[in-house]
Write a protein that binds this ligand. Structure first.
Ligand code: FES
Ligand code: FES
Length: 170
């Protein structure tokens, strides 16, 4: 008997780029992104699927990457906060909204909030305040900056829907 763990091949499209790595079968997607890909924007808060700091987009769904094995991401498209800006380098409407509306304090939750909000707006382009609050309920902000996070998402929805943006938060 041997205690060697056989590595398995994982091929994922991350932020539009196809990558292939050999990993331990138990490797979590968050560790794959941070340690194999050097994409450290997605944070690790709890590693038990409570905080949402590790949220990424996988095949159009927001997933908590601390509870997804890298092998489960095989042949999927994963997007992280590093791939969020527009192709011309300008900020995505959500990034702009978080900046304009002061949607962050320490910023630890922000990458996960942004990725969750991106999928939320893809699923529901014009959410009410209640729908935004419900939609981000799985993402915790330890600075409790929720009011401005909601305003930031509303800002992005307004921009993406071609409406005038609101004034910056107090
Ligand atoms: S680190 Fe994944 S949900 Fe907290
Ligand atoms: S801004 Fe600090 S955790 Fe949300």
């Amino acid at each position: 008997m041997t205690d060697t763990i056989e590595q398995v091949a994982v091929a994922v499209t991350v932020n539009g780029k196809r990558v292939k790595r050999f990993v331990d079968p138990r490797t979590l997607l968050i560790h794959f992104l941070r340690e194999e890909m050097n994409l450290t924007g997605s944070h690790i808060g709890c590693e038990t699927s409570h905080c949402g700091a590790c949220t990424v987009e996988m095949d159009g769904l927001s997933v908590k990457s601390c509870t997804v094995f890298a092998v489960q991401a095989n042949d999927t498209e994963v997007n992280t906060v590093e791939g969020m800006a527009n192709a011309d380098g300008t900020l995505h409407a959500l990034q702009e909204g978080f900046r304009q509306m002061h949607g962050l304090q320490c910023g630890f939750c922000t990458p996960g909030m942004l990725m969750r909000a991106k999928v939320l707006l893809a699923e529901n382009p014009d959410p009410s305040e209640d729908e935004i609050r419900f939609g981000i309920a799985g993402n915790l902000c330890r600075c409790t900056g929720y009011q401005n996070i909601v305003k930031a998402i509303q800002y992005a929805a307004d921009k993406l829907n071609g409406r005038a943006q609101k004034e910056a938060a107090e």
